[in-house]
Every structure is written in C-alpha cells, then in structure tokens.
Ligand binder design. Structure first.
Ligand code: FAD
Length: 429
C-alpha cells in the first residue's frame, strides 16, 4: 500500500544505490519512500549477481588511453570481452564518440584523482558499516571480507600493462604490491604454472552483493523507509524551486519534496521528458555462480588476460566478466558466458567450469555506464528538486556508501564530504 502522506524524499529504484541513499537519507530524519519495479534484491537489478568487489584499485576509469584501440580490436568479436551490438543504434555512436573523447591522458588522470577520492571514502565507510553489522548482527551478515584482491597475469606484457594502472592509482593513495609468478601461486596454488606475475591490492575487500542489498533494505526499514515494490515509475514532475515534485507510478501518483533517480541502467528512461542529457548506456555483464565450485580461491582473483574475476562467496564461487553494449536487452548469449569460463579455465587449468552444470546459476546484469565512466551524482541545474545517483558502471557496490552519504548531504543542503563536481549531471549538457 502506498502511504497517503507525501514523503519528503522519493527514491526511484531499489538497487544497491537506491537502498544506500534511502537508508542514509532516512537516518537524518526525512520521510523516505523507495519505489521499485521489481522486488528489493531481485535478479533483474544489476546489484544481484555482480562480483561484489569493494575496489579502490579500480580508480583508473575504463575510459583511458589505449582502451579505444584495444576496444576496436575486440569490438566485433562476439566472444570478446567487449562487444557492441548494432553500434548504429540511437545514441550509441554518440556515446562512443564521447567515450573516445574522455579517453585522453589528461581526462583519465583527472578521472583517476576524482575516483580515488570517492572510492577510498566509500571503502572506509564499507569497513565501518561491516564492523557495525558484525557487532549488532553477529558474524558477517553479508560476507564482507577485507582480504584484498589478487591479479594474475599469464604474460609479462599483460602484467606490465596493468602495472601502469597500478602506479597511476598509487599516486592517489591506493597501495599495491607487485608479485612474481611463484608468489602468486603461493597465494593461489591452483593457478597455472604459466602465470608470469601478479599484483595484490591489499586495500580492496569483497562481499555478497545480494545479501548486502537485503541488509541495506532491513536497515532502511528500521530507519522508517517505506518501500513500494512491483511498481513502475512512469513519469516524473520535478516541480518548481520550493514547490512540490511528484511521480506518476503504475499504482497512482506520489507527491514528494524531492526525488532521487537511482534506477541504474533504466535511469535515462525514468528521466525521459525532463530535458536532461543523460548518456547512460546499459553495459551488460555476466556471472556464473557455482554452488559446488571446482576451485575455491582464498580471496577474489582477477584472472588478468581472461578479463574475468573469481569471487569466493559464502554460498559458492562466482566467476564473471564481459561488457556488452546491447541496450536494455535481457537475453543471455551462452557462447559469451562460456567464453568467460574458458578464459578462467586457462588460468586455473585443473578446474572445469561448465555453464551448463547443474550447480551453475547463470546471470546477467546491466551496468549503468556513462561515456567518461564516472558516476552521475548531483542536482541538475534545471531541476532543483531532483537528485541523480546513477551511472556507477563497474563500481556500484564499491561506491554505494559514499553515494548514499553524498545524496543525504545534498538532500539536507549540507556540503558533501567529497567534491561532487566531477560527477555533475550537467557535464554532458
Ligand atoms: C558482471 C558484473 C560484475 C560486477 N562486479 C562489480 C564489483 O565487483 N564491484 C562493484 O562495485 N560493482 C560491480 N558491478 C557493477 C554493479 O553491479 C553496479 O554498478 C550496481 O549494481 C548498480 O546499482 P544500481 O542500484 O545503480 O542499479 P540496479 O541494481 O540495476 O538497480 C536499479 C533498480 O531500479 C529499478 N527500476 C528501474 N526502472 C524503474 C522504474 N521505472 N520504476 C521503479 N524502479 C525502477 C530496477 O528494477 C532496479 O532494481 C558489476 C556488474 C556486473 C554486471
């Protein structure tokens, strides 16, 4: 049932970003309603089956020098790690052009500086939240573990190339440790004797994303948030300054003081008609979760050239990767799924990963990705009652606490802890 009192804040979307915002905003005393198309923690959301890394190590944006040339080589290979279906679709060519323009050394450096600050802030909040959750709920309610993330490379070239990123991120306070092939195998004995070297990021952590969203949901409910599930937001009326905003939903209209769009890859659809330029593409990725895994790493392992990550979870091991620009399409390309597993098998030769095995859950998620690979967090100039919290790309889990904190500051009219100018919704205007 929709509460007949207008909330102070209406949040569209109950993924990891929406729920983190809801909890933070409600904790400062505001009446908050979340409207979610599906249910909280549903498979449909990108927050369900991702790799769960909390990774400041990813501070260098994917829009970086060299990526365009590399991407062009992969582009039309239907089993490659990057695939664009029908690039001439509306908006895609323009998005790619913006992506190419964002991939200059100067912009990548500025992006890294900004992302390092936001990611480190968020990693600190994650650690505090996990500590508090363990103290109140006992154990690790969503499997948070601060064990770092290991990268393993089969070639010196792959390692050398990645080390450039490690050094760039290190300039902004993200530590790393270079490892020989033997050191990598000491940490993960099942890895191939061909592994030439690796990198350990000791400041990274991981968690089970679905449990994390459910935990945030429970915290939000405790803080008084009303969650309206199975309800689509169809159209928004953000209203005039000082006036009231409203949302037309599939179950009627809801008025609100302010509206936050946190609808992930669907955000451009939710914002349609508001006159905002929101070049967010859905970047599909896949994961396969094995409940009886043929190999269990001690900590998450990025399998280097295989462009896949393996994460140990309380209920199994998840292997995932790829980036496919195919719009809001929800189909699963099984040959791309098996290509991820074949790549993983080359790095872990003793394990046979089969997407068709009875214990394998195959999932796809749509990452909301802006062409400069930075999130969009802030108030658009044209709509003072509106806040955007979207385009978290490959880093929504990592960035959820800092985004929630920033949105809560914006709603309260306070200065956010992190400079939000690089994430301005107006930067594409
Ligand atoms: C394979 C893979 C691996 C990944 N690994 C990592 C990782 O290791 N670490 C990391 O930090 N990130 C990772 N990510 C990225 C991360 O999953 C996303 O950035 C994050 O989940 C985005 O969260 P969100 O809340 O913005 O979107 P979502 O989780 O997609 O939530 C958006 C919600 O909005 C709802 N919605 C949409 N339209 C409407 C509407 N009209 N009305 C009401 N509700 C609506 C949807 O139903 C959905 O629940 C990965 C992604 C993939 C695909």
């Amino acid at each position: 049932m929709i509460d007949d009192r207008s909330p102070d804040v209406l949040i569209v979307g109950g993924g990891v970003i929406g729920m983190s915002c809801a909890w933070r905003v409600a904790r400062q005393g505001a009446r908050v309603t979340v409207v979610e198309s599906a249910t909280i923690g549903d498979r449909l959301a990108c927050s369900y089956g991702n790799q769960g890394l909390v990774c400041p190590s990813h501070a260098v944006p994917v829009a970086a020098p060299g990526v365009v040339a590399q991407g062009l080589r992969w582009l039309f290979d239907p089993t490659g790690p990057l695939y664009i279906r029908r690039p001439w679709r509306a908006g895609v060519l323009r998005w790619l052009w913006r992506f190419a323009r964002a991939s200059t050394p100067a912009r990548a450096e500025a992006g890294t500086a900004a992302m390092a600050e936001l990611l480190l802030r968020s990693a600190g909040l994650h650690a505090r939240m996990a500590g508090a959750a363990a103290a109140s709920d006992g154990g690790r309610p969503y499997g948070y573990a601060a064990d770092g993330v290991l990268y393993a490379f089969l070639t010196q070239e792959g390692l050398r190339h990645h080390l450039e990123e490690s050094r760039q991120a290190a300039r902004y306070g993200i530590p790393f440790q270079q490892l020989t092939g033997d050191q990598v195998r000491q940490m993960e004995p099942a890895l191939s004797p061909r592994v030439a070297g690796g990198v350990l990021y000791p400041g990274d952590a991981h968690l089970d994303s679905r449990s994390f969203v459910r935990w945030l949901h429970a915290q939000a409910i405790d803080a008084g948030v009303q969650v309206v599930e199975q309800t689509d937001v169809i159209r928004l009326q953000p209203g005039r300054p000082g006036g009231h905003a409203s949302a037309l939903t599939s179950r009627g209209e809801i008025g609100a003081g302010q509206i936050v769009i946190a609808a992930g890859a669907w955000s451009p659809r939710v914002a349609a008609g508001l006159g905002l330029r929101l070049p967010v593409q859905a970047a599909k990725g896949y994961s396969i979760t094995f409940s009886r895994p043929p190999w269990r790493p001690r900590r998450p392992v990025n399998l280097g050239e295989a462009r896949a990550v393996a994460t140990p979870l309380p209920h199994g091991v998840r292997i995932g990767g790829t980036l496919e620009l195919a719009g809001l399409d929800r189909s699963i390309a099984l040959r791309r799924v098996q290509a991820i597993l074949d790549g993983a098998g080359r790095v872990v030769p003793g394990a046979r990963f089969d997407a068709g095995s009875a214990d394998a859950e195959v999932w796809h998620g749509l990452r909301p990705l802006a062409p400069d690979a930075l999130p969009i967090i802030g108030r658009p100039r044209a709509h003072p009652n509106l806040v955007l919290a979207t385009a978290h790309g490959m880093l929504g889990v990592s960035l959820a606490p800092a985004t929630g904190e920033a949105v809560a500051a914006l709603i309260a009219g306070n200065r956010p802890a992190v400079d939000l100018r690089p994430y301005s919704p107006d930067r594409f205007a």
